[in-house]
Design a binder for this molecule. Structure first.
Ligand SMILES: C[S@@+](CC[C@H](N)C(=O)[O-])C[C@H]1O[C@@H](n2cnc3c(N)ncnc32)[C@H](O)[C@@H]1O
Length: 272
């Protein structure tokens, strides 16, 4: 099925036909997720990458049991649960838009009462002591508050020396230009930045050492996998596809150059 057929047939698109266009990500690359099904890896996730991207971020963070980790913009806290369970860290699951009471029920259900602490908190108004956290993790969220040039100098106040920050999220391979084809744009895409923009955004502050920053090799695959999840989930619930899904399908099928992708950045706080 090509893009024109997809448009013509929408919304009556057969799941079998979509399988080829939007494959699931291969679970074999994620031994730390062996206790999860593919569906469970997506459950509660509010963006692409789901626990696959979360586990890749965590691998880079040198986490040790007992560390205090801030999951900034945690959404429903799926990543917070994974980090606490797999690495034995204590996670502050912070979000300003998702109810901490609902998240708390989920954390209790996982038996993580004293390991994941839900808080309603704006990333720009951190209520914890300075140097409190060993690490900060932020997936699919940092673009909402962290593009301000002054934000990193604020955030690093709450991290101990040599503590790590790992952020990841959707991006374009290069900065948007006025002539970027319209079908590659979406509602929030003006807020996306290229991996090299992110690298410079962190490095120029001289507050951190950027240890890793790149267009994720599986960036396109994370998008395809997220679309596949939403297709299956909405079909299983007998609901219509949300409008943004139709848009994302067109965007991915139009993208012949792997322009639509994900970035992952890892940095370490310099001593201060
Ligand atoms: C796309 S969701 C990602 C959630 C989760 N990390 C995930 O990947 O499933 C972005 C989250 O960032 C949160 N967020 C946006 N701006 C925020 C801010 N200023 N402070 C705290 N959280 C924020 C939103 O409420 C939302 O839950």
């Amino acid at each position: 099925m090509n893009l024109e057929e997809l448009k013509k047939n929408y919304p009556n698109i057969d799941l079998a036909e979509l399988n080829e266009l939007f494959p699931r990500i291969a679970m074999t690359d994620y031994p730390e997720l062996s206790e999860y099904s593919w569906e469970a890896c997506h459950h509660g996730s509010l963006g692409g990458g789901a626990l696959f991207l979360a586990s890749e971020m965590a691998r880079k963070m040198d986490l040790e049991a007992g560390m205090r980790v801030l999951d900034l913009g945690c959404g429903h806290g799926a990543s917070s649960i994974f980090l606490a369970r797999h690495y034995g860290v204590t996670v502050v699951a912070a979000d300003n838009g998702v109810s901490p009471s609902a998240n708390w029920q989920g954390f209790q259900g996982e038996g993580l009462n004293d390991k994941v602490i839900p808080v309603k908190m704006d990333a720009r108004n951190i209520v914890f002591p300075e140097r409190y956290f060993d690490a900060v993790f932020s997936m699919n969220a940092y673009l909402y508050f962290g593009t301000d040039d002054l934000y990193l100098s604020y955030l690093t106040r709450f991290i101990r020396n040599s503590g790590r920050i790992c952020i990841a999220g959707p991006c374009y391979a290069e900065e948007l230009r006025p002539d970027t084809p319209k079908e590659l744009l979406e509602g929030e895409s003006f807020a996306y930045h290229s991996p090299s923009w992110w690298c410079n955004h962190f490095a120029k502050t001289d507050l951190v050492r950027v240890l890793h920053c790149q267009d994720h090799p599986k960036g396109r695959e994370f998008w395809l996998d997220m679309i596949r999840w939403i297709i299956e989930d909405t079909q299983n619930r007998g609901e219509a596809y949300p409008d943004f899904l139709w848009h994302d399908m067109v965007m991915l099928l139009s993208d012949q150059e792997r322009f639509v992708t994900y970035f992952l950045l890892l940095a370490e706080k310099k001593s201060s």
